[in-house]
Design a protein around this ligand. Structure first.
Ligand code: EPZ
Length: 417
């Protein structure tokens, strides 16, 4: 079994460059098959998620050229083949092929998406919206078959501003007949990235990034180029490492505005850092003060940074209160942090954290992607050696993780045990 081994308690200095956003690129790749032209995606991260999405594109008949930081997808020969569970189970974002294949071919067969086990994660908002646009949906076990004789615009009001449902409706609506309006749409930066690509392809979308998005269906979409925005969750993860053990550690290729709430919380905790146009530098690490965190939709504190943040709170003086409001159970990291010496009382969606506590390295397991990220941070600050198993979760969301951390002085490696 592959494990990540970290000899902790070292100071880190130098420069870490942030990669393209996982939660953007996993939508940009499926969107490329909405045209029979060529879509070029720049600043792509190389992750297991992007590799699995490429396999699905190939299964559908698409042609892909790719290399370091770019992908070219030619949708000319794409047909709506069924997407088997051995591919769709690898990542939740496989469900974006519902919107893309429904949008272009009015037909799709796919199994329920995979992804992290952090709650029920239904797709009712997606399916209800597709039905309003004229799709019929047949479910047999985990297999969904969607067909639309006439795919047309609709007025969609989401109970919850779902990122995935917003993006899926965008992909189904761009070629539909008439106008679709999404109310209570998600406003995450990744939405703006996908709207930019679709409009570059010839779509007519206004309001991306606001809670009301209007899409006027067009006949055809064409070739286009898009650049993936920097990954704000990867950036936030490394910023927390900088706040804890950075000595002149610069995190570059970031959009500070996308992590504004994290920087604000860090200021409240007493962290010192310098913000420039596309970087944040952590000069040294002072004593931290406890703060309360509640995860919310953008621009609130992102749920994906909640698990790494728990490690910061273990090092803050006093009692911190953490509440996860987006998912029912995103607490897989808590038992592992307690094993390392953290003082945490927790439920699946909340925690009271007393600090500072001295963390000591031991064997721990990653339950999901961001729980794994939390364990990486804990291992870096802990005394002694930390061994993290189930690292496939972590490698889904952090490009070149070991290289990036080793290059700034961390003692970290992937070993076979
Ligand atoms: C995206 O997931 C991200 N994943 C998640 O990041 C992120 O945590 C989430 O948005 C919230 O920001 C990708 O972009 C691939 P949602 P998504 O639909 O689209 C409920 C990571 O670590 N819901 O906004 O699945 C759902 O159960 C991952 O990178 C419904 O009830 O998130 C959840 O409680 C984890 N019905 C909440 O909404 C639906 O039809 C947020 O879900 C859809 C969602």
């Amino acid at each position: 079994m592959k494990k990540i081994v970290i000899n902790g308690n070292r100071k880190l200095s130098g420069c870490i460059s942030i990669s393209g956003a996982k939660n953007s690129v996993v939508a940009l790749i499926p969107a490329a098959i909405l045209t029979d032209g060529v879509v070029e995606i720049l600043n792509t991260p190389e992750l297991t998620d992007t590799e699995n999405l490429r396999k699905i594109i190939t299964l559908l008949g698409g042609d892909i050229e790719f290399g370091k930081g770019f992908m070219k997808i030619n949708g000319k020969n794409v047909v709506s083949n069924p997407i088997p569970s051995e591919l769709s189970d690898k990542l939740r974002a496989s469900y974006y092929f519902m919107g893309a294949l429904l949008g272009r071919f009015h037909h799709v067969v796919i199994n329920f998406p995979g992804g992290c086990k952090i709650g029920k994660r239904p797709i009712d908002l997606h399916l209800t919206a597709f039905r309003k646009m004229g799709a019929t949906i047949v479910r047999e076990g985990d297999k969904y078959t969607l067909d639309a004789e006439h795919l047309h615009g609709a007025n969609i009001l989401f109970d919850f501003p779902s990122v995935g449902a917003t993006i899926n409706v965008l992909m189904a609506a761009v070629l539909a007949d008439g106008v679709t309006v999404i109310e209570n749409a998600a406003k995450e930066p990744e939405i703006i990235n996908i709207v930019s690509l679709l409009n570059n392809m010839g779509a007519k979308i206004v309001g991306g990034g606001t809670n009301t998005i209007r899409i006027e269906g067009v006949e055809k979409l064409n070739s286009a180029v898009i650049e993936v925005i920097p990954d704000r969750i990867e950036a936030g993860t490394y910023m927390m490492i900088g706040a804890l053990i950075g000595e002149n550690l610069k995190i570059t290729n970031v959009i500070p505005k996308h992590v504004e709430i994290l920087l604000s919380k860090m200021r409240d905790m007493g962290v010192e850092f310098k913000v420039e146009d596309d970087s944040v530098t952590f000069l040294n690490h002072d004593a931290l003060t406890a703060v309360d965190i509640k995860t919310l939709v953008y621009p609130g504190f992102p749920t994906d940074l909640g698990q790494p943040m728990a490690v910061m709170l273990t090092q803050a003086k006093g009692e911190s209160h953490f509440e996860e409001t987006i998912y029912e159970s995103r607490g897989g990291h808590y038992p592992e942090l307690v094993k390392m010496g953290a003082d945490i009382e927790f439920t699946p969606s909340s925690a009271t954290i007393e600090g500072p506590s001295k963390l000591v390295g031991t064997e721990v397991a990653a339950s999901d992607l961001r729980a794994g990220a939390a364990l990486i941070i804990a291992g870096l600050i802990a005394a002694g050696t930390t061994k993290i198993s189930n690292i496939e979760h972590i490698l889904r969301g952090y490009e070149d993780l070991v290289y990036k951390l080793s290059s700034v002085g961390a003692e970290i490696a992937i070993v076979e045990e």
